[in-house]
Design a protein around this ligand. Sequence first.
Ligand code: FES
Length: 67
Amino acid sequence: MLEEDNPKEVMCSCSGTTRGMIIELVSQGKGVDAISRYSGALTGCGGCEWDITELVNTLMAAQPEKS
Ligand code: FES
């Protein structure tokens, strides 16, 4: 596992949302909005927006299409 894939890495310091939490939520089919509502990510300073959006997009692109 790459250092940058550490699931304990805090992606949003305002809410304490970790990479692993985001990976889990994306695997449940949640998008950025749902992840924000669920975890509180993006509801503080907004400084994590780019990183989280990028991570979610990357994870979604890697997932098989759900229909
Ligand atoms: S770091 Fe995520 S809202 Fe501030």
